[in-house]
Structures are given as C-alpha cells and as structure tokens.
Design a protein around this ligand. Structure first.
Ligand code: S3P
Length: 167
C-alpha cells in the first residue's frame, strides 16, 4: 500500500493533520523532520547552525528515502522538501502527495518567532510572505490534490479522508 505525503508551508498543519488522519485511517504517522532529527541525533536549529541548510537538505532527502520501508503511512514533509524535484520524484514512486493550502496569516500566527524553525526565525513577516508566495507554486505543481485548510483541523481531516476514499 502506498504512503500518503503531506506538503505545505511551515505552520500549515502538516504534523497535526498527519497524526489525526493516521489515527482515523488506523495507520502510522511519520514526519520527515523527526526522521532527520533521529538520523543526526540533533535538533533542527543545531543542524542548521553547525552544518548549514544544504547538509540539512541532504539528510532530509535520505530521510524521505527511508520512508520506502513503510506502507500506508501518513507522512508530514518539512516545508522545503518538495522544492527539490528529486524529492518529488521519490514521492511519486512511494505514494501520493497532498498540498495543505493554509492561508499565510494562519501559518504566520503559528510560526512567528519559533526558534525551532530556522527558516522562519531568521525572517521578517514580509520576507516570510514572499517565501510563502514563491513556494506556493511549487507545492501546487508537485501535488496530486489540494486540501484547503483553515483553523479547524477536523474539516481538513475529513477532506483528506474523502481524497483517500476516492482513490
Ligand atoms: C523548513 C521547514 C521545517 C523544517 C526545517 C526547514 C522550511 O519543517 O523542515 O526547519 O524550509 O520550510 P515544517 O514545515 O514542519 O516547519
């Protein structure tokens, strides 16, 4: 059985919705950020600070490839993962990709000043909005379907489950 991958901006709700959807589907939830942390034995800000973002991206691709050993899992991807076309190709082989389309204002509320997210902590609101706009096109181009998300996780989970039922 194929995996279900969730992509979207930082704060879009990928981790929360992966857990809720996995619970409803009776399967396991995974998170590529957690897999990177396990691989490196370090938190993400420390990886960025000590080795830089390119190293983090290598580890992230390796973590994504690791998900091949799971079947039917719901997997939250880090907000930058699908910007790499090679990663999108891996996801195509291993499963289906949903884009969590969450308004910027909501993402921003969740990520502002979050020291655990180096790519958010280092940017102003205007810079984050710019990044959101740049990335949105890549998320839409990469995904198999768009899930509109507001601040009610239950309706987003229902939309994910409807997508799964339709497959
Ligand atoms: C990143 C998003 C983070 C994490 C890393 C880089 C990004 O994941 O992978 O801090 O560049 O968007 P979340 O989307 O879960 O915050």
């Amino acid at each position: 059985m194929k995996n279900l991958y969730l992509c979207g901006f930082m704060g879009a709700g990928k981790t929360t919705l992966s857990r809720l959807a996995a619970a409803r589907l009776g399967t396991r939830a995974l998170d590529t950020d957690d897999l990177v942390i396990q691989r490196c034995g370090m938190e993400i800000p420390a990886i960025f600070a000590e080795y830089g973002e390119p190293y983090f991206r290598q580890q992230e691709t390796a973590a994504l490839r690791e998900t091949a050993r799971f079947s039917g899992a719901v997997i939250a991807t880090g907000g930058g993962l699908v910007l790499n076309p090679d990663n999108v190709a891996v996801i195509r082989e291993l499963g289906t990709l949903l884009y969590l389309d969450t308004p910027f204002a909501l993402c921003y509320q969740r990520i502002r000043g979050d020291r655990n997210r180096p790519n958010a902590a280092s940017r102003t609101q205007e810079e984050l909005l710019e990044l959101y706009r740049q990335r949105e096109a890549a998320y839409r181009a990469a995904c198999d379907a768009v899930i509109p998300c507001g601040d009610d996780p239950d309706s987003a989970v229902e939309a994910i489950l409807r997508f799964c039922d339709g497959k």
